[in-house]
Design a protein around this ligand. Sequence first.
Ligand code: ADP
Ligand code: MG
Length: 331
Amino acid sequence: MTQTAADVEFSLIDLIRETATAPREDVLLGIGDDGAVLDVPAGQSLVVSIDTLVEGVHFARDTSPADIGWKSLAVNLSDLAAMGAAPAWVTLALTLPKADADWLRGFLDGFADLARQQGVALVGGDITRGPLSISVQAHGLLPTGQALTRSGARAEDEIWVSGTLGDAACALASLSQGESARSARLAGLLQRLHRPEPRTAAGQALRGLANAAIDLSDGLLADLDHVIKASNVGAQLWLDQLPASAALSELVAVSGRWDLQLTGGDDYELCFTASPERHKEVLAAMAVVDVPAAVIGVITHSRELKVFDTEGRLYHPKRKGWAHFESDQSQ
Ligand code: ADP
Ligand code: MG
């Protein structure tokens, strides 16, 4: 007996439905109906964000399905983290070249690992045929009025960043220079590229503490530029304060390392600003959630983004992204 296209689609949906994400009492109706029914508690606001990963653009063809599953959820939870929201529910739109149950099982392994870790329920989605692409819409909750935004930075604020920068970009650069993905030297960096850990606990801990926040997906300079533009301020950064992992420091000479950290992208760390008077509170809040955080610069009145090297001289990043960045700056 041959399977119809509808049978195949439903067997894939069955696979998805059987995948254990976090059970949640606020899911009144999940996968299986025309829409999910979700309960937003009184006094809470819903924060919604969507991101798409496309094969060949956001990940290479040979990326493992489990890594794609993890990352497609992680990049969305990172956006919720930057808003200070607690992740709750996600929907998943899959475009697949063919009905490949093995690929889907691998994908769901990675996706569900992170969903369970973060207490997130998959409540619906869609499957279509076409070039491989994954869209995840994430829904999070926060007390009304407490969202962190890009527009709240004030002159004199300290600029903070969580974790370390440049690891994922270094992994990508090494792969494109022909280094084997099995190379032991790259193991830690590849983990950062394929399995970013969204800073959800840190984002929630910064509510009422940070004046502005953004997650770092396109590179520190590009993302910080969004913050200063939205806030009508400027920024100064100090290269020697940019946090780097031991692996990155070992692999890359200092000058090249800086460009990976400034413009590399795919970090999925939080960049946020807070009044210097709240420095100790920020440190304490980050200690509670066990996330390292460092001050890398200061918000200024002049609407420019300036980077200073260890000798206090103005530093000009080498990558092309910078030219675009400079012309943005002079507007
Ligand atoms: P409809 O035709 O009404 O859009 P579908 O047949 O596409 O419904 O989907 C049936 C059910 O399966 C819906 O509840 C939908 O949310 C869920 N679903 C479909 N694809 C996915 C997916 N990729 N991930 C999670 N749930 C899905
Ligand atoms: Mg549908």
